[in-house]
Design a protein around this ligand. Structure first.
Ligand code: FES
Length: 68
């Protein structure tokens, strides 16, 4: 599924960038070139970033509770 039509960047590529350490829209722009054209996709990418960061935070919190 294409998220950024200007640069042809897919949802999978954006999720991969986040899983590989992208922590901001700027990081995603550098890693994938998404949102470096018209900017129409920026809010969708920010929402994806926030959602994935919440998942990562929750996963890490569960791990901390389990092993502390
Ligand atoms: S749709 Fe992503 S920059 Fe235009």
């Amino acid at each position: 599924m294409i998220i950024c039509s200007c640069k042809g960047v897919t949802k999978k590529e954006i999720l991969s960038a986040i899983k590989n350490g992208a922590q901001s829209i700027t990081d995603i722009q550098i890693k994938t070139k998404a949102s470096t054209g018209c900017g129409r996709c920026k809010n969708v990418i920010i929402s994806m970033l926030e959602k994935e960061q919440t998942k990562i935070f929750n996963k890490n919190s569960q791990l901390r509770i389990k092993f502390d």
